[in-house]
Write a protein that binds this ligand. Sequence first.
Ligand code: FES
Ligand code: FES
Length: 192
Amino acid sequence: MSERQYKTVHFTLNGKPVEKNVDVRASLTDMLRNDYRMTSVKKGCEVGECGACTVIIDGEAFDSCIYLAVWAEGKSITTLEGLLGPNGELSDIQQAFIDETAIQCGFCSPGFILSAWEILNTGKEYTDDELRKLLSGHLCRCTGYENIFRAVKKTMLRRLGKEEEAEKVGEQGIVDTDERRIFASLDPTVQA
Ligand code: FES
Ligand code: FES
């Protein structure tokens, strides 16, 4: 394709109907960042490996770097900005990431939080192994994962009305070697 071709896409972004004329080769990441200033959508590997660019499309978490902008036609897309309440209040999972110090540089955080949002919205209680596997599509270079895992697990338990159990998560303060092993299989910088 030597000449640029454009197409108009109509979709819902964080609850608001929008339309945009986009280059048919543009990724959803680029459209969201460049045209809508949704800078929570991070550009990491850009090949679907790290999860930094995750957004929610019709209720499911996707890597937006490997999703063409034109495929957004008719879809409902949510970015991290869309999780805020009407007056800018943080959602429970965002607050949990802060409370558990699950954020350091923050580059991976929007993607992790959106995948967690999808997981939590199922309303199910997952085992530790299931939770780790569900989150394993994301790479973090800073936190070592334990804090992220704790934030998601605590929020899951709280939503299920298990406040007491939630408070006990991570009480032992010990690094879970199985957890590190699962993430290490995806991230060579993590020592199992
Ligand atoms: S930037 Fe999309 S998966 Fe890494
Ligand atoms: S907090 Fe830095 S990459 Fe995860």
